[in-house]
Write a protein that binds this ligand. Structure first.
Ligand SMILES: Cc1cc2nc3c(=O)[nH]c(=O)nc-3n(C[C@H](O)[C@H](O)[C@H](O)COP(=O)(O)O)c2cc1C
Length: 170
């Protein structure tokens, strides 16, 4: 069962869970989930959105490009389990099947399941995606995250996802 929510009423919970890690789920050839620690929930073009940042090397990156949809899963209390943090935060969907970690719950507006274990769920459709231009980064950011190299190939792309649905899986 799903209890529909206004995601902005849960923004405190979602954003405080974000820094330690929540899940960005995709479904291209298969279900996959990666930990994200960066993101924004807000308004752009008068629409409710959730924006995620994904490095070029992630298995998730072509899945987002190919499908244009994702779900975000966050815990209602506490954080991700150590195992989920390890597998989804450091291993690639190219090498491992992450679906076996979760009880998948079919989504309402796309084919990317949420996960019952982390029930706060936001379904998104990518409105806009763009790679960051490292040549325009402030030096401290370039140094901290991109090895000081403006030609670093493993930069992040931002994907602005239109929030299509939001609920708590019960
Ligand atoms: C706490 C935490 C936060 C992370 N945040 C991000 C993020 O916002 N963007 C990103 O590209 N990778 C992030 N990562 C790294 C990915 O989760 C990790 O590389 C993952 O294995 C990628 O999975 P995939 O290759 O199946 O897509 C984070 C990892 C951790 C542990």
């Amino acid at each position: 069962m799903k209890e529909k929510i206004n995601p902005f009423e849960y923004s405190g919970k979602i954003l405080s869970a974000l820094k330690p890690g929540i899940l960005l789920n995709t479904y291209d050839e298969k279900f996959n989930s990666m930990v994200i620690g960066w993101g924004h929930m807000g308004i752009i073009w008068n629409q409710p959105t959730f924006t995620v940042y994904v490095r070029q090397s992630r298995y998730t990156k072509p899945a987002l490009e190919n499908t244009g949809v994702f779900t975000v899963s966050a815990p209602l209390e506490g954080g991700l389990s150590p195992e989920v943090m390890k597998v989804c935060g450091s291993q690639s969907g190219r090498d491992v099947d992450k679906a076996s970690l979760f009880t998948l719950e079919p989504a309402e507006t796309n084919n990317v399941p949420g996960v019952a274990e982390y029930p706060l769920t936001i379904e998104c459709e990518v409105l806009y995606g763009r790679g960051q231009d490292l040549k325009r980064m402030p030096p401290q950011v370039l140094n901290a995250f991109y090895g000081g190299n403006p030609d670093e190939e493993d930069f992040h792309s931002a994907y602005i996802g239109l929030i299509k649905d939001a609920y708590i899986i019960k």
